[in-house]
Design a protein around this ligand. Structure first.
Ligand code: SF4
Ligand code: SF4
Length: 718
């Protein structure tokens, strides 16, 4: 990966007496080192990729400390890594994006939670939920409940987040339960500062390894019959021990109210900042965080501590629980606690707040207004209601003007993305062979599910496309196409898809986007990423480098794939012909097309500093740009429907006799060549031209340009 985290790596070295400034996710990373973590692993995914990216780049410093860092193949391998903490007093942390990552890790998590841990085990999950989320809307909390894992949800303030990491390890050790620490997108990016402590080199580490393995202990295996005993341990010892630790160390926080003591709010720690903004809308909190209503902020949401709940609720007329997502696990938990203890406080939650979706300030404000109107008639909600009403009116006005609600603005492929041409070729191939069922997957190529491609019938998980076609394929007259990225291929697709398809003799087509990185998660390296040496050796740094690593092809060959083609993605006509061949060939069995083209984002990161260096040194640099001749453009926009590149767009027709806008290529075109390839493969109108922008030209080029300019002026119509 070409992104440098050198500043972040430096921040990890801060020690006692120094102040850390930065984002929440980096504060968490630093807190792991302050806690004496011995090993760190994970699988990248928003919003927690940064943790592992920084740890990987900090490898020399980790070696100094004796900390092992592993970029795991997937979340299951990361969860299994925590097995080190079952026998040994090693603190370990892993990270991934949830809910999807937790689903992948579920088997190992169950087998870890059953015997329990000796060393503290912490899983930092990026709860990708709500506005901007890129995965299914489910809650990680369910896993904490079913496997008896601790669930921490820290209030997003850097000092508190760091404390929760440190306490999370201790709590895990006190209860023998693995801990999950849930971070919402906003918590990862919240900025602030905290006073650092020195990092702690672990006692057992890569520098000081153990001389002997642990003695055989059957109880530490997740294997019947001891699993029956584990279940009892969870309920009778571990959860009570966790509750004791949480209460004794004050992990949850009570904030006194300065006006209304007879009502209260219980909030997941991670929602605290949004709650404060909501209270401000009702004039029930000031900008410094002083609330009119008492608040119990749960930094630990499982297990809750009945004594804390009862102490907070007893004597209050009503309490509102703010819990994001469904089902309302925490609300039900509190309800049963109050019922068992015969506390008559009225409890509200999802009856006043929206049942689904992210708890934004607006969503919380609406719920708070209903609660206040019911229990605090002396506090006016007029301003908040006016604000909520104005928001609703604004949306209605936009919908009325457009004749529909404001359209969503989905993301799209980057400019010059190597995957865009594949979907242009697929569109063209389907014109010849007819529409095919497309099993899509997770990754940048999933952006083809949006217009102008609208390609993909199902997404069943990361690397699961080929496996998901196994039931459809035999039911279709035409062959089914499964698409996965190289990231998905290594994450899961090789085994669940390819191996199964070969074993069962499936007659289908698999297209693997070989762009060289797990691009959608931030272009992290994988086993088939071209190594730095290859990059250095490349004679022309502008060329794609992914063809220098053939690990995918050799793996497929070794597994027994007999029909395989490697095609450069920008060669649209060749890709179209290869797809047609795969759909129609007499060969029965798995057909694999490796679509090769380096991730443009990563390529640009690589070549920009190189080009800047050439320009600084006064060397000649040629940049290719595409353009549209506005006099030739017919205005049918077939090129746009086939490309979707953001720099191929529209402008007013300069011809006053024509009303349709013409296509145009705006600044930003990286000259990937797709426009030319599409025009050729789809026999579009001849309006596209290819230009070369020469910087630091040679003397004869300057002379030619000087001679050409007056001639061109003469030829131009007056
Ligand atoms: S990150 Fe790379 S692969 Fe993903 S859309 Fe951008 S250019 Fe394409
Ligand atoms: S050549 Fe066409 S598709 Fe490629 S970056 Fe330029 S405008 Fe976009």
């Amino acid at each position: 990966m070409e992104v440098s985290f050198s500043k972040e790596v430096e921040a990890l070295r801060l020690g006692h007496g120094q102040t850390f400034h930065g984002e929440g996710i980096l504060a968490i990373t630093k807190a792991l080192l302050q806690s004496g973590v011995a090993y760190v692993g994970g699988y990248q995914g928003a919003p927690v990729s940064h943790l592992l990216d920084v740890m990987v780049q900090a490898e020399p410093y980790m070696r100094e400390l004796g900390v092992h860092v592993e970029a795991c193949a997937n979340e299951a391998s990361a969860a299994a890594m925590l097995g080190a903490s079952i026998h040994y007093p090693l603190r370990g942390a892993v990270t991934w994006k949830s809910i999807v990552g937790t689903n992948v890790a579920a088997d190992a998590l169950s087998n870890l939670s059953s015997p329990g841990v000796t060393g503290g085990a912490l899983i930092v999950v990026g709860e990708d939920y709500g506005e901007g989320a890129s995965v299914i809307q489910e809650r990680t909390h369910a896993y904490a409940l079913k496997s008896s894992m601790l669930m921490l949800d820290p209030r997003p303030e850097l000092g508190n987040m760091v404390r929760m990491v440190e306490e999370g390890f201790r709590l895990s050790e006190a209860s023998n339960m693995p801990a999950m620490l849930e971070l919402r997108i906003r918590a990862c990016h919240v900025r602030g500062s905290f006073e650092c402590k020195d990092n702690v080199a672990p006692a057992v580490s890569t520098r000081h390894p153990m001389a002997q393995p642990a003695a055989f202990d059957y109880v530490r295996l997740a294997h019947p019959p001891v699993t029956f005993g584990h279940e009892k341990l969870k309920v009778q010892q571990r959860i009570p021990a966790a509750r004791r630790y949480i209460a004794e160390h004050g992990l949850n926080e009570v904030f006194a109210g300065n006006r209304f003591d007879d009502v209260g709010l219980i909030v997941q720690g991670g929602l605290y900042n949004t709650l404060m903004r909501g209270l401000q809308q009702l004039d029930l909190a000031d900008a410094f965080g002083a609330s009119a209503i008492p608040i119990l902020a749960l930094n630990v949401t499982f297990p809750t501590v009945p004594e804390e709940i009862s102490a907070f609720c007893a004597g209050k007329r009503a309490v509102l629980v703010l819990e994001e997502g469904q089902p309302e696990y925490i609300e039900q938990d509190i309800l049963s606690t109050l019922h068992r203890l015969d506390i008559q406080t009225a409890l509200h939650g999802k009856d006043l707040l929206q049942a689904t979706g992210e708890y934004t300030v607006e969503a919380i404000g609406a719920g708070l207004a209903s609660f206040v109107e019911r229990y605090l008639p002396q506090a006016s909600t007029a301003a908040a209601r006016a604000w909520l009403g104005a928001n609703a009116e604004r949306r209605a006005a936009v919908a009325a003007a457009l004749g529909q609600p404001l359209p969503a603005r989905p993301p799209g492929f980057c400019i010059g993305c190597p995957e865009r041409p594949v979907f242009a070729a697929l569109k063209l191939a389907q014109r010849e062979v007819g529409p095919v069922h497309v099993a899509a997957d997770i990754g940048c190529h999933a952006l083809a599910t949006f217009e102008p491609f609208s390609s993909g019938h199902s997404i069943l998980g990361y690397g699961m496309s080929l496996a998901s076609s196994a039931g459809v394929s035999p039911m279709m007259q035409r062959r089914v196409l499964s698409i996965m990225g190289d990231g998905g291929f290594w994450h899961n697709g090789l085994l669940t898809g390819v191996q199964s398809a070969l074993f069962n003799g499936d007659d289908s087509v698999l297209l693997i986007m070989k762009n060289g990185y797990t691009s959608a998660t931030g272009t992290q390296d994988i086993i088939s990423t071209p190594d730095d040496e290859a990059k250095e050796r490349a004679p022309d740094k502008q060329q794609s480098l992914v063809d220098r690593n053939t690990t995918i092809e050799s793996t497929l060959k070794g597994l027994g794939v007999q029909w395989m083609r490697t095609v450069h993605t920008y060669r649209v006509a060749e890709m179209k012909a290869t797809l047609q061949e795969a759909f129609t060939t007499d060969f029965k069995g798995l057909k694999v097309i490796v679509a090769e083209g380096e991730c443009q984002l990563e390529r640009q990161r690589r070549i920009r500093p190189w080009i800047a260096g050439l320009l600084k040194a006064g060397k000649r640099v040629v940049r290719v740009k595409y353009g549209v001749d506005e006099d030739v453009c017919t205005g049918d926009h077939a090129c746009i429907r086939l490309s979707g590149c953001p720099t191929l767009t529209l402008k007013d027709n300069p011809d006053p006799l024509k009303v349709d806008p013409v296509a145009t290529v705006i600044d930003g075109c990286v000259g990937c060549g797709l426009c030319g390839e599409n025009a050729h493969a789809a026999t579009l109108c001849p309006s596209f031209y290819r230009g070369e922008v020469v910087q630091n030209p040679k003397w004869h080029e300057r002379l030619a340009a000087a001679l050409r300019a007056p001639m061109l002026r003469l030829l131009r119509p007056a």
